[in-house]
Write a protein that binds this ligand. Structure first.
Ligand code: SAM
Length: 326
């Protein structure tokens, strides 16, 4: 197993298969004027598979497919089939917005996909339309039903946005009463493609927990699972759990085991860094697997201690989460 310069194992890759998305969540992308990458700048599936094989040999055992929206790239399921065969990978999962996902859920289960993160910031159709700029809540709920029916462990991701969906925190948490889902509330980050953020983040992880406690005074803290970014809670008697992710406060960097590859093949060893290796350029210059391995190891030995250090080493964040692979 490979450890970084802060003795953290690197075992988890988030792989963005596209920067395109069929929603326009305002906290992630501007409504107009998005410049998607030309196709030749995206990694091909063959290139992605090669990088995953090299990383799996280095000890990466978990890959989460993300984007952009994974299902807007054609050929995704064939690629997932190939990944499922990569020696050393024991956990293949996905993050999706659920708009196009439902017809593929049975195939995902058959592939052995253990868990799916489904993004859903509200259960109110009109608010969903305002946040995502698309009227797709029914399709997302259909995917949720399909995931539960297929027995896939489902995490529901909700970004908590001041003045937008804080009234949804309790209804979303209430879902755990009847459903075996993990509802996760995520602090809003500056990755909205516009470089803007709050001078002070009002809905921090602490405030989210206080808000939950006000409504569910018997909310119980569960032990943290290793490498988890979420603090986990449960309301006694409820089937599901509730997670709170300090994505902006960055309280979990000390155990971070994850790296990212963007859709254009840039390695990020921290969500907040600006990209530390152009793996696409290396691949396309004819690098051998040994050369790729050496480049990855070099990057892992210079990881910032935390997201604040990573951010301090770069210019202001202006990118969209869809280009990073959330
Ligand atoms: N399209 C897929 C989806 O919607 O789940 C995968 C990509 S999306 C970029 C991954 C996750 O990043 C989503 O849960 C989304 O809500 C989250 N995200 C995007 N922008 C964010 C921001 N500014 N702050 C916090 N989370 C964000």
């Amino acid at each position: 197993m490979i450890v970084d310069n802060h003795n953290r194992p690197i075992t988890y890759l988030r792989l963005a298969v596209t920067d395109r998305c069929n929603l326009r969540c305002f906290y992630c992308m501007p409504e107009e004027g998005i410049r998607y990458l030309p196709k030749q700048q995206l990694l091909t599936y063959e290139e992605m598979e090669r990088l995953v094989r090299v990383l799996a040999r280095l000890g990466v055992s978990k890959v989460r497919i993300t984007g952009g929206e994974p299902f807007v790239r054609s050929g995704l399921m064939a690629f997932m089939h190939r990944l499922a065969e990569v020696p050393g990978l024991t956990d293949l999962s996905m993050t999706t917005n659920g708009v196009l996902t439902a017809p593929h859920v049975t195939a995902l289960a058959a592939l052995g996909v253990k868990s799916v993160n489904l993004s859903i910031d509200t259960l109110d159709r009109e608010r969903f339309r305002q946040i995502t700029r698309r009227d797709e809540l029914p399709a997302v709920l259909h995917t949720l039903d399909a995931l539960l029916a297929a027995g896939i462990q489902t995490k529901l991701n909700a970004v908590v946005m001041d003045g937008q969906n804080t009234q949804d925190i309790i209804p979303l948490a209430e879902l755990t009463r009847q459903l075996p889902v993990d509802v996760r509330f995520i602090e809003e980050m500056p990755f909205n493609g516009e470089g803007s953020h709050y001078p002070v983040l009002h809905w921090t992880h602490r405030r989210i927990v206080d808000h939950l406690l006000n409504h569910f005074p018997d909310l119980q803290r569960l032990p943290d699972s290793p490498f988890s970014t979420a603090s986990t809670y449960q309301i006694p008697g409820h089937q599901g759990t509730i997670g709170v992710i300090a994505a902006f406060s960055r309280t979990f960097c000390g155990t971070c085991n994850r790296i990212r590859l963007t859709a254009q093949g840039t390695l990020k060893t921290c969500l907040y860094d600006n990209g530390v290796l152009d793996a696409r350029a290396l691949l396309r210059s004819g690098a051998t697997d040994d050369e790729l391995t050496a480049a990855f190891l070099q990057a892992f030995s210079h990881r910032p201690a935390n997201g604040f250090e990573a951010e301090s080493r770069r210019d202001t964040v202006t990118e969209s989460m869809s280009t990073i692979g959330g």
